[in-house]
Ligand binder design. Sequence first.
Ligand code: GMP
Length: 333
Amino acid sequence: MSEFKFDALCIGNAITDVFSHVEDSFLVDQSLVKGSMRLVDTDEALRLYDLMGQTTRISGGSAGNTAAGIASLGGAPAFIGKVADDEIGEVYRHDMNSIGAHFQTSPLRDDLASGRSMILITPDGERTMNTYLGSATKLTALDIDPEVVSNSAITYMEGYLWDEEAAKKAFLEASRVAHEAGKLVSLSLSDSFCVDRFRDEFLELIREDKVDILFANEHELKALYQTSDIETAIALVREDCTLTALTLGSEGAMAISREETVHVPATAIVGGVRDLTGAGDLFASGFLFGLARDFSLSDCAELGCLCAGEVISHVGARPEKPLNQIAEQSGFT
Ligand code: GMP
């Protein structure tokens, strides 16, 4: 890998997770379906936030979680995403900076408030989510700092960005700048509904080499090739993309390139799986960190599984134990 300052630049929706413990009656009063996820508009977001009482706030979002994992491994991540000039935006910035992620995207100054996912936890431990994307949807090509892109070994982007025309342009600009600097570009397919919305465009990105490394889980890869057979999807993606990191849940993960295919088992979870939130995001942290540092594909996948294993052993999408210690204990130096 050529010289770089950041292992990975993660670009995605800047969403702050806002947690609050509520009684079941709160859900009933607000006509909320327990365990569901819904998108809310500005008025509803601000109204609900005011009613939530005491909250715990932590920066989140798929790419943000990946950046946090890279920091915890002892790497140097950068993040680009749009917050607003408000309290939640300040929380996001503070959090990202405090974990050591470079985050300098200028805040949005118009009518949208900072993106947030308001997570209501009832006494039975169920989580009811109300997500307001807000400012996060306003990312544009002007937010892509070419200095940061050229100084990152890999620029990693969420497929979710494809939902907004301006963010799409930002994605393409980042890909152009990264490639001009001789660096790598990576896309996460985000979820299978996202793949259904943008299948042709995602295929074009990999076939035209605007993306070098694809991250997908089994459902997303099958959706990309509209097949129910994972082996068929693997054979097709091998033709289309230089490198694919495929996660297989409890079956571990694969790395697929034209020259080699590796399959590593999932990490055993002492005490069992608690919460799958963030599994894919943290897998990407380990894989990207390894790739930036010229690890073998098998080690990249193994480190990805180790990081995912930590985050699913507890509730929440951010690592609780320092990932560099976990990596060291498993022989990664
Ligand atoms: O989903 C991303 C990654 O999380 C996978 O590649 C695994 O490393 C891990 N993972 C997801 N689901 C499970 C599970 O049920 N058990 C275990 N041990 N790991 C899982």
